[in-house]
Design a protein around this ligand. Structure first.
Ligand code: UD1
Length: 430
């Protein structure tokens, strides 16, 4: 895997324009399987997770192309409903194809999904809900075989507002006879985005963004050209990087409202956050005071996908900050690595208690997962001296050209390649 060499200490200055949200695009690609017509997704980032999802779509017989900006999918000739284990293992979101494949083909064979190692990631909520819609499911070790010939609308109550399960069931039910309701649905903006695309394709869905979603089954969906929401986690990561390094950065093509839970933490602290409809300017010239207690929870609360990054920042705040991880059970991969750079963090079960230090010191550390990687880069950008961040290929899963973005803001960061990664565009130009 590749590594970054980072000389810390530079302030960040400049402007970054965001692209579409990875987690939204992954679900929207799955939705494209629901129609025989073209689906175009605008302004998508060149990310490994997206490339892998498109490979799965192509393996089904569909045609997916990426021109460096937009994704074009035509699933007219898709027919293979048996998704390979090798591909399924590449990302968690492979499982979110199950709903649309069942809606269109009434059958599917899938494997349990892969993804970052941040704790047990069961799929019981997805499967219980599909059973409730009449899908017959056989589980054999990590293989799941589904028959949806008798699928029809039904009332589903989730025991937890799972994002992936909400997306999966919305897509499974979109063409099912009758009405489906999902209670305790996830309220994440990515669920809203999926509703918007599906409705543009002819679906009848309402309620996304609230905990009750209703889906009136329709006969057929058609193509659409759609611009997904900007990436709120990429926006939050940049905001946190500026707070850790100092400087002034403007983020454009973003939705500030989607990261309000982050702004709430920064109230009355030593930084300034200005925002408009689709723009944020963050200014900071020194150390922050300890942040209020942080709990990760489903939207609109603080996102688990920003927890490692805010932990890296908290370790630099004056005083003690407490962060409780309530979404994933094992999401403290970054703590041991941050400690190598001087962080003082004590983890007690789900809570990290973090005592602020003046600055990080350069060290060799290793990204253990995507957001852990982002947190380590933030720490290294602040650190006195040189840091090596190993295994940064994880970062390619969720940040497009992370090193180039940061270089553009004045960071001293170099990528050392173990082997050259093929860009998403090159893979699909073939
Ligand atoms: C999505 C995001 C991920 C984010 C997460 C929470 C994508 C591709 N990924 O993941 O980046 O961190 O939402 O915001 O969009 N759970 C169960 N049973 C299930 C499903 C989930 O117990 O059947 C549990 C999980 O173990 C976890 C919690 O529910 O503890 C949240 O998971 P979920 O909302 O499903 O996350 P994902 O959709 O996988």
């Amino acid at each position: 895997m590749d590594k970054y060499i980072i000389h810390g200490g530079n302030k960040l200055k400049g402007t970054v324009a965001l692209k579409a949200a990875k987690n939204s695009v992954l679900a929207l690609i799955a939705a494209s399987v629901l129609t025989e017509e073209d689906v175009v997704l605008k302004n998508c980032p060149d990310l490994v997770d997206i490339a892998n999802k498109l490979k799965i779509i192509n393996s089904m017989g569909a045609k997916a192309l990426y021109n460096g900006k937009d994704i074009f999918i035509n699933a007219k000739n898709a027919s293979n409903t048996d998704i390979s284990n090798t591909l399924a293992k590449t990302l968690r979101s492979s499982f979110v194809l199950l709903g649309p494949v069942l809606a269109r083909f009434k059958r599917a064979k899938v494997y349990l999904p892969g993804g970052c190692d941040i704790g047990a990631r069961p799929v019981d909520i997805h499967l219980d809900a599909l059973r409730k819609l009449g899908v017959r499911i056989t589980e054999n070790k990590n293989r799941i075989i589904c028959d949806a010939s008798a699928m029809k609308g039904g009332d589903i109550v989730f025991k937890y507002p799972s994002v992936g399960a909400t997306q999966n069931i919305m897509m499974a039910a979109v063409c099912a006879d009758g009405k489906t309701t999902i209670s305790n649905a996830a309220k994440e903006p990515e669920v809203n985005d999926l509703q918007n695309l599906l409705n543009m394709m002819g679906a009848k869905i309402e309620g996304a963004g609230t905990s009750l979603i209703s889906i009136e089954g329709v006969r057929k969906l058609h193509g659409a050209i759609y611009k997904p929401i900007p990436d709120r986690i990429a926006a939050g990561t940049l905001v946190i990087a500026v707070l850790a390094c100092g400087g002034e950065v403007t983020v454009t093509n973003c939705c500030p409202y989607h990261i309000f839970s982050l702004f709430e933490l920064l109230k009355n602290n030593y930084c300034s956050v200005d925002y408009g409809d689709d723009i944020i300017t963050i200014k900071s010239d020194g150390r922050l005071a300890a942040l209020p207690d942080i709990f990760t929870d489903p939207y609109p609360y603080f996102p688990t996908d920003l927890q490692p990054q805010i932990t890296a920042l908290s370790a630099l705040c004056y005083g003690t900050t407490r962060i409780t991880e309530k979404v994933f059970e094992k999401r403290f991969n970054h703590v041991k690595e941050l400690e190598k750079m001087g962080a003082q963090i004590y983890v007690n079960d789900k809570t990290a208690i973090i005592r602020g230090i003046d600055e990080y010191k350069g060290a060799e550390v290793t990204a253990r997962d995507l957001r852990c990687g982002a947190a380590l880069v933030i720490a290294a950008l602040n650190a006195k001296g040189i840091s090596i961040v190993n295994d940064v290929d994880y970062i390619d899963r969720g940040y497009e050209n992370f090193e180039e973005t940061l270089k553009g803001l004045g960071a001293d960061i170099t990528r050392v390649r173990e082997c050259r990664r093929k860009s998403l565009k090159k893979i699909f130009d073939k």
